[in-house]
Design a protein around this ligand. Structure first.
Ligand SMILES: [Ca+2]
Ligand SMILES: [Ca+2]
Length: 208
């Protein structure tokens, strides 16, 4: 019996330990699908595009596409006067850090109208990050644990363009991702503990 149960327990233990570790990046959306079909979009600002149609040229941070609310000095669907909100599908906390690359403006000196938010499962705001006020991509990072979220909790990411001015009135986002430390759900810790206890008892029994 020991020859069967001991290897099984060891295998399960290895599976627990194989959980993603520090430094793993889990991309939630890099917008390479070319659409916002998975997102809830209101208003007329948000589209997914590439480098074309803007001056200065804003290229995606990664790949061929990023989400943008208008584009600098463009018209029509990419006009900076457009406003709107895009809200992510529900995400579940698996890492302690959420990060994304942001670009764009909210007035030349910052007026808070264009911003990013982390929302809880009831769509209440947990954190707000203003537009970076730059044509260059800027890494944004938030510790989800500090916001009071726990492993497995639902949350949403929202990008809002509320600025209808003719200039310095657009933002963009690319590579929304988990990073930092993986944080297993409580059930994983419970399984890990149970396996340690079982292995210890089995080793004692098998050695007698
Ligand atoms: Ca991309
Ligand atoms: Ca705008």
């Amino acid at each position: 019996m020991c020859k069967i149960i001991l290897p099984i327990c060891c295998l399960l233990l290895i599976c627990c330990l194989a959980h993603p570790s520090h430094g793993d990046m889990i991309i939630l959306d890099d917008f390479e699908s070319g659409t916002l079909a998975a997102w809830n979009v209101t208003g007329n600002a948000w589209t997914v595009g590439g480098a074309a149609g803007s001056s200065p040229t804003i290229s995606p941070f990664e790949g061929g596409f990023f989400a943008r609310s208008g584009a600098p000095n463009s018209g029509g669907a990419l006009d900076e006067t457009n406003t709107g909100i895009m809200t992510s599908p529900v995400f579940h906390v698996t890492h302690d850090t959420l990060e994304w690359h942001a670009v764009g403006w909210s007035g030349q000196f910052g007026n808070g109208l264009n911003h990013f938010q982390i929302l809880d499962s009831s769509f209440d705001e947990l954190a707000r990050v203003d537009a970076p006020l730059s044509d260059s991509w800027t890494l944004q990072s938030i510790d989800l644990m500090i916001l009071g979220l726990n492993p497995g909790d639902d949350f949403y990411f929202r990008a809002t363009d509320g600025n209808d001015s003719g200039g310095f009135a657009w933002i963009g986002v690319d590579n929304l991702a988990f990073n930092g430390n993986a944080i297993p759900e409580p059930s994983t810790y419970a399984l890990f503990s149970a396996l340690i206890v079982t292995l210890t008892l089995l080793r004692r029994k098998c050695n007698t």
